[in-house]
Design a protein around this ligand. Structure first.
Ligand code: ADP
Ligand code: MG
Length: 258
């Protein structure tokens, strides 16, 4: 049975998509069969892996709303044999509205991913910057959640609301949901601000914070324009190595290292 990990924070630009793509790619490089689910209508994970969202006929949206079989919507990554993606496109915006009035509206994604749990060792869900129904679906489907926090001013802003939403979901929809960890991203060691935020987050959240810190690294920001993860773009880069470290940390924490 695979582990489903959602990457969530309703704040935009904190590194959710970068984390989803590069964590999924790192696990795939380590030969864990991994599926990346793009649950954001902006489809940045989809395009970041070289798929034009305009050409996506069936994605997670059609699986959730129209009963399309996930096997039909899934795309195998061209470079990494152990990586597949369930893509997204702009119509997922419509899903948010349509879903309000349907049955099992919070559980649609769990139903879809439940069919895939035996085919993958990891399923990573890239969430949109909102706490709307699609993100609630992702958190209901997930076994755990990674919360990226950028090392900038107001880093902790909005975290209370997110943690509260997680609590509500644990009570009402998914009692098994765990916090996999808080991930410090976009860290710049040259600034004292970066170090202050690291200290603040570690003081606040203690062991919940991953040891791995993701540095600000240009290879991470430019690799999506080549349609590949950083590890394919430049395997020696600090960005690629830090996400590989994160993958190892998660594997060790879960007792899953091979
Ligand atoms: P989110 O999905 O939370 O909105 P993204 O992962 O899309 O955030 O990141 C926002 C922007 O910051 C993107 O342009 C991305 O390429 C860039 N970025 C994210 N993480 C890093 C990093 N560690 N180093 C450099 N650029 C980064
Ligand atoms: Mg994103």
């Amino acid at each position: 049975m695979g582990k489903i990990i959602a990457i969530a924070n309703q704040k935009g630009g904190v590194g959710k998509t970068t984390t989803a793509i590069n964590l999924a790619a790192s696990l795939a490089v380590l030969e864990y069969k991994t599926l990346l689910v793009d649950a954001d209508p902006q489809a940045n994970s989809t395009s970041g892996l070289g798929i034009n969202p305009k050409n996506v006929e069936a994605g997670i949206y059609e699986c959730m709303m129209d009963g399309v079989a996930p096997a039909e919507a899934m795309v195998q990554n061209e470079t990494l044999k152990f990586l597949s993606i369930l893509p997204s496109h702009i119509d997922l915006v419509g899903a948010e509205v349509e879903m309000v009035s349907i049955e099992r509206r919070e559980e649609r994604m769990r139903d879809v991913l439940g069919k895939l749990k035996n085919d993958f060792e990891f399923i990573i869900i890239d969430c949109s910057p909102s706490l709307g129904l699609i993100t609630i679906n992702a958190l209901t489907a997930a076994d755990s959640v990674i919360i990226p926090v950028q090392c900038e001013y107001f880093a902790l802003e909005g975290l209370g609301k997110l943690l509260n939403t997680i609590k509500i979901i644990q009570t009402r929809l998914n009692p098994n949901l765990e916090i996999e960890g808080i991930l410090l991203t976009l860290y710049d060691s040259r600034t004292s601000l970066g170090n202050q935020v690291v200290e603040e987050v570690r003081t606040h959240f203690g062991k919940m914070t991953f040891n791995t810190i993701i540095p600000r690294n240009v290879k991470l920001s430019e690799s999506p324009s080549f349609g590949v993860p950083a590890i394919v773009h430049d395997a020696e880069s600090k960005g690629a190595i830090s996400y590989l470290n994160l993958a190892h940390e998660i594997l060790n924490k879960n007792g899953l290292a091979k």
